[in-house]
Structures are given as structure tokens and as C-alpha cells.
Design a protein around this ligand. Structure first.
Ligand SMILES: [Zn+2]
Length: 354
């Protein structure tokens, strides 16, 4: 009988248990699902379903993003795409827990109530949990295009209906269109109400003037953020990066960006953040729209870093659990199960199958 072939390192990366803490629901829509939903609501597709995510440029990407946001209207729509997002993560990269960001402001204009969104997503989460043993939490987020008053109105809705799955708030979109300080009152109220807080900050598709390192201090000192998304531009200010390291804050970085020319720089920044001792997790951002998945995000990041090896893979895997907003008990039991699975896969990789 032929001995089983040894596992290669990319396969090891694909199989290890993972968490995705920076994943936008609208970026997870399968092309076919988006095409079907758009058809149902009489929305025109810019091109055939199989090529929907072949973006011509950044503006084309934004158009498709808008189309995706207009195509989610009923609770069933939200349930379906939430379920599919978790199914894809489970199937492609052994995703075990996700925290999904979504922007209520994208859906209100089409008559969708906040409760419809939440109940639909909860239905999808429950079905995925029972079918794939993947857990997930929800993070309603504000696109910075909104003003402080609009954000406060959304927070009214968030605070008026708070099932356990809604764990915190986020802030995304271009930093130049809404500096973090604008949302001080919204974040303060959310924090006092017991919601966790994150924000996209120091994102590298924007200049150092648009997304400067000092935004880190604002997110911490004024917004009271518990963790942050991205963070690459922080590297331009060694003192601020040292502060972030000393504070031990987690950065939910993403290997892939829509701006192709920045892909290499993005990966280099994540590598540098790790080298500086920052706490880093690996995430997908907009996986299907960016033609990636959680396993691919690990594989691409490790491709040029032979020195990282198993130890760094293990660290990213358990960092995802540590940075999650799960309750203490759930976190401890997920960590335990990650450690067992990692040990078994490490044995298999080393060719010492027990
Ligand atoms: Zn993002």
C-alpha cells in the first residue's frame, strides 16, 4: 500500500483552524448569488454573472459594491448571504469563527429595517453554526461618508435592538472623508452601552496625510477602540508604532486589497508589523469580491516568508481567537480546540502521524 503523501506547507496553512475578524458582508456575496438577487429586484448587471468581480477600475468596484448593497432587501436575503459567507470560509479555509461587518446605512435607502437585517443575519448564523460548527458575531459599522448625526441615528437603532450576536461597532470607508474624531460622541455612547469598538485606521490605499499615524491615538484616546482594522500607515511613525506595540492592541490586517499595485506593499507592511512586535491577525476584508478566501490570505502572506514557518502560522491562528470578541468561556474553549487541532496538523506536517 502506498504511504499517504506528506502534507505540504500551503496545505497545512489551508487546513489550520482560523478566525476572520475583518470581513464585510457585502464583500462575501458569491457572483451567482448577487446575480440572482439583482434579477429578483429588477437591477441591471453591468456584465455577465461570472465576470461581475472583474473590475475595470476602482470606480467600477464601487458600482458593483453599490449593486450588492441594493440587492439585499429581505430577511431571507440576509440569511442566505450570511450562511454562504460562513459556508465558504468553512469549506475553503477551516474558518471556525467570524465577526462580520455590515453597514446599515447601505440598506436603509431600500426600505430595509435594522431589525430585518439583524434577524436575517442571525438566521444565517444559526444555520451555519449547526451545519458547519462555525460561530459568528455581528459588527454594525458606519461608512465615514455619514455625518455624526446620521451615525448617532444608526446607533439609536443598534441600541434599541440588541441580540447577543451584536457585539460592537466599526467605522470604515475613506479616512479623508471622515476623520475618526468626528465620531467621538457616537463611540462614547456605544462604549457606555457596553459595545466593543473598532475602526479602520491608517489604511495604505490612502496617503499619509489622509490616513496619518496620529489617527491611531485618536482611535484609542477619543474613540476608545478595543482593537483596530488595518494600521499599515502607522509604520511611518516609529514612536506611534512603539506605543501600539506597548499597548498590545490587535490589528486586523488583510492580505489582499482591491488596489492591485499595492498588493506587495501591503504584504510587506504586515510582515514589518509582525517584526516590530505588533499583535496582528490575518483576515479577508472583502473575500469574494477580492477573489480570495481566508486560506488564500494566509498562503499569500507566507509565500515570501520561509523563515516564518509553523510557529508564525500557529500564532496567527490563535491570535484570531485572542482578538475576537467572544465571551471569556467561549474564547477559552475555542482556544483549547484550536490548540488540539494545530498540534495534530503540526504532527501530520512533520510526517509523524499519530
Ligand atoms: Zn475593511
Amino acid at each position: 500500500m502506498k504511504a499517504p503523501s506528506p502534507m505540504d506547507f500551503p496545505t497545512f496553512l489551508q487546513r489550520i483552524p482560523k478566525v476572520d475578524l475583518h470581513c464585510h458582508l457585502v464583500g462575501t456575496l458569491r457572483q451567482q448569488t448577487l446575480a440572482e438577487l439583482a434579477l429578483r429586484y429588477g437591477l441591471a448587471l453591468p456584465r455577465p454573472a461570472h465576470a461581475l468581480y472583474d473590475f475595470a477600475d476602482f470606480y467600477d468596484f464601487l458600482d458593483v459594491l453599490r449593486l450588492a448593497a441594493s440587492s439585499l432587501r429581505s430577511g431571507d436575503d440576509f440569511a442566505r448571504v450570511t450562511y454562504e459567507a460562513l459556508e465558504d470560509g468553512h469549506r475553503l479555509g477551516n474558518l471556525r469563527h467570524a465577526e462580520l461587518l455590515f453597514n446599515p446605512q447601505y440598506f436603509y435607502p431600500h426600505g430595509v429595517t435594522y431589525r430585518t437585517m439583524i434577524d436575517g443575519m442571525r438566521e444565517g448564523l444559526a444555520a451555519a453554526r449547526s451545519d458547519f460548527d462555525v460561530s459568528a458575531l455581528l459588527v454594525p459599522s458606519f461608512d465615514r461618508m455619514i455625518d455624526a448625526r446620521g451615525a448617532m441615528q444608526i446607533l439609536d437603532d443598534i441600541l434599541a435592538y440588541r441580540p447577543d450576536e451584536v457585539i460592537g461597532i466599526g467605522l470604515d470607508g475613506a479616512e479623508r472623508s471622515g476623520p475618526p474624531a468626528r465620531f467621538a460622541d457616537v463611540y462614547d455612547r456605544a462604549g457606555r452601552a457596553g459595545l466593543k469598538r473598532t475602526a479602520h485606521v491608517c489604511e495604505d490605499n490612502q496617503t499619509l496625510e489622509e490616513a496619518p499615524p496620529r489617527h491611531y491615538a485618536i482611535c484609542r484616546d477619543i474613540l476608545g477602540c478595543d482593537r483596530l482594522d488595518h494600521g499599515y500607515n502607522l509604520l511611518a511613525d516609529p514612536a506611534m508604532a512603539a506605543r501600539a506595540r506597548d499597548e498590545g492592541l490587535f490589528f486586523n490586517t488583510c492580505t489582499v486589497t482591491s488596489v492591485t499595485r499595492n498588493l506587495e506593499r501591503r504584504r510587506a507592511s504586515i510582515v514589518q508589523m509582525v517584526a516590530l512586535g505588533l499583535n496582528v491577525t490575518v483576515n479577508t476584508d472583502d473575500p469574494v469580491m477580492f477573489k480570495t478566501d481566508i486560506a488564500d490570505c494566509y498562503q499569500r502572506l507566507f509565500a515570501d516568508q520561509p523563515q516564518w514557518g509553523v510557529a508564525q502560522a500557529r500564532l496567527f491562528s490563535v491570535n484570531g481567537v485572542a482578538a475576537s470578541w467572544l465571551g471569556q468561556n467561549e474564547k477559552a474553549s475555542l482556544l483549547e480546540s484550536f490548540k488540539l487541532e494545530l498540534a495534530s496538523l503540526e504532527n501530520e506536517l512533520a510526517g509523524t502521524v499519530l
